[in-house]
Each structure stands twice: as C-alpha cells, then as structure tokens.
Design a protein around this ligand. Structure first.
Ligand SMILES: [Zn+2]
Length: 139
C-alpha cells in the first residue's frame, strides 16, 4: 500500500510503463511490425503476435469516452474518496485507458478533455487524470 492506495504489481511487461511514469512520462509499447499501439503493456502484439515492440511516449492528453461515479467501495483508501469518478479515457492512437479522474462528479460529461496527472506515492507514480480546464484554464 502507498498512502493507503494499492500499489500495482509490476511485471516484465509493465516495468517500462511504471518506470517511465516515475520519470514523468506516459509511454506504451507500439508494434514494430503492424504499428498497433498496445495498452495495457504486453510483450507480444495482440494483433499480429510480433514480439518486436518499441516504447513510444504519449502526450497524456485525452477525452472521456465513458465514465462512472463510484458511491461505494470496500477498499479503505477509495472509501475516503467517495463519491469518485473512474473513466475510460481515449488518448492518442485509439488507445483507451481506464483511470481515476480527480474531479467533482457533477462536472463530468462524455467528451471532457482531460490530461494526465502524475501522482507520486511511496515509490510509484499513478497515472491519474484531471480536467484539462483545471490545468490550463481552457475547455
Ligand atoms: Zn503487431
């Protein structure tokens, strides 16, 4: 646990992803054979099964594809955040990430522009998102 928040289990496939987050970068593997951007990180392309992958950096900007507001949690950490938003975020290159968005639930809408917020906690960094208007004062 990190500040009460569960720490991810890092394996061979996701090591670079978490290392890059600690450096303030969002990156994922891209298949060198067919060009597919791969998320969640894997060591083999799910489309063409090539194992020749290259890590590419993303901007960290995206739009909300869908979301839910959580009103209950059995997890001690998340129970203190109720109600909170979990969203499917469309980032670049048809990649969708499921993530926590630090926002008042009543502000949420489909298509909301968001940006990554690197949230450090005891040796790891979580890829949380916030409304881009909270960072740049624009919509
Ligand atoms: Zn491929």
């Amino acid at each position: 646990m990190a500040n009460g928040r569960r720490v991810p289990v890092v394996d061979h496939d996701s090591q670079n992803f978490w290392d890059h987050l600690r450096q303030g970068r969002l990156s994922i593997p891209r298949c060198s054979a067919c060009g597919l951007y791969i998320y969640y990180p894997r060591s083999i392309c799910p489309r063409c099964f090539s194992n020749v992958l290259t890590w590419v950096e993303l901007s960290g900007k995206g739009t909300v594809y869908s979301y839910t507001v959580c009103y209950r949690s059995s997890d001690e950490y998340w129970a203190t955040k109720l109600p909170y938003v979990v969203a499917l975020i469309e980032v670049e290159n048809n990649v969708r990430m499921l993530s926590y968005i630090d926002v008042e639930p009543s502000r949420m809408y489909i298509g909301m522009p968001v940006i990554i917020r690197f949230t450090p906690a005891e040796g790891t960094v979580f890829p949380d998102f916030v409304p881009i208007s909270d960072v740049f004062n624009v919509e």
